[in-house]
Write a new protein. Structure first.
Length: 368
């Protein structure tokens, strides 16, 4: 895919009612857009600098104009022309805000300045609503002062803002992932966040109908493990009309890693591994608690970030998660296809906003 997709190549009939038009910036693979579309938004524009993620976005949103460019060099008004936007959504890169960054988690970190590009787009395009999404660690920086600064940037543009840390598992996503949401409205509406669901989806419900795999397996398509009518409600929702499970790709780990997996029970991590198998770790005490974590079948998953690097383990099988299993845990349906190498795909999935979480937020917006 070219770095720039010409957004002028699509002839749009101005008389056609496209509904509520949205733009997704820092879009990644498109989880936020997918959830918004499920809720009823027409996402016409997307911006993503990573080529693999932009390719994934275009594959799954063929009607959306996608720009694979540096957002700092773009003119918002040249992108949309005379169109009026209902909503701008996005999650600026958040590595600098993440609680895993213990060195320079502050506003001086260059990785934290891209939120100003989000503010610039809102200022110039003046959408009715915006949805700003990021890591929950943003709320902790400088005792909450950083969060206040970001909110004030939008308030100075005339927006009424509401913010909250939401748990994906409260909204139908089988994952205990918490994310910061900042919602703004230009007409004085004070947004109230959706109430949590009463039921939490488990790992077993999320992936139990997917095919059994081994370490290093790579199958583009395989039959489901059970018929559709025997699958749980969540699995049926993810399958939609798919006849087979796609992208059953498992990273190939060496024999030592697989041997370590065998000692870890559900809910345990690297601490369950005998010392003689961890001799290449210089200081085990500094190892993150999320490393070598085996998922618990009857609970929502831990956070699916880059699940290959964190060595997340299937609840029953001694292997890492497949692409499709991780996508299911993030609430991407089975007809959503990821592009790029397996390492790029794993990063795309880990970075994404869970579509069902996005859907719950945007549905509430559309109720106003």
């Amino acid at each position: 895919m070219n770095n720039q997709i010409d957004i002028t190549d699509k002839k749009v009939n101005p008389l056609v009612d496209e509904g509520r038009i949205g733009m997704d910036i820092f879009s990644g693979a498109g989880g936020l857009s997918l959830g918004a579309e499920m809720a009823g938004i027409t996402v016409r524009y997307a911006i993503e600098i990573n080529k693999s993620a932009a390719y994934t976005y275009k594959t799954n949103h063929p009607e959306t104009s996608v720009l694979c460019e540096d957002i700092t060099k773009l003119d918002p008004k040249k992108i949309v022309g005379e169109k009026e936007l209902f909503i701008i959504m996005g999650g600026p890169p958040c590595q600098g805000f993440s609680m895993s960054n213990t060195v320079n988690r502050n506003m001086d970190n260059p990785k934290n300045q891209l939120f100003r590009e989000f503010v610039r787009f809102v200022k110039e395009l003046n959408p009715t609503w915006f949805v700003f999404e990021n890591v929950w660690g943003l709320t902790k920086i400088n005792n909450g002062e950083t969060k206040k600064v970001i909110e004030q940037c939008f308030e100075e543009l005339g927006y009424t803002v509401s913010s909250k840390v939401l748990w994906a598992s409260d909204y139908g996503v089988p994952q205990n992932r918490n994310r910061f949401f900042l919602i703004g409205n230009k007409n004085g509406i004070k947004f109230t966040f959706p109430a949590p669901f009463t039921y939490k989806v488990t790992v077993e419900e999320a992936i139990g109908d997917l095919p059994e795999l081994k370490n290093g397996d790579s199958y583009a398509s395989l039959p489901y493990a059970i018929p559709r009518n025997q699958a749980c409600k969540y699995a049926q929702l993810m399958r939609k009309k798919s006849k087979k499970a796609k992208q059953n790709y498992v990273s190939l780990n060496n024999d030592l890693v697989i041997e370590r997996y065998k000692y870890i029970k559900q809910g345990q991590n690297w601490k369950a591994i005998p010392d003689f198998l961890m001799q290449n770790y210089a200081d085990k005490k500094r190892t993150h608690s999320g490393i070598y974590k085996r998922l618990i079948a009857d609970q929502p998953s831990v956070v699916i970030s880059n699940y290959r690097k964190s060595m997340l383990i299937h609840p029953y099988q001694d292997r890492g998660l497949s692409v499709r299993e991780a996508a299911r845990i993030q609430s991407f349906p089975d007809d959503f296809i990821f592009e790029g190498s397996i390492s790029h795909i794993q990063q795309q999935i880990g970075n994404a906003v869970p579509p069902l979480l996005a859907k719950a937020v945007v549905e509430k917006i559309l109720n106003y």
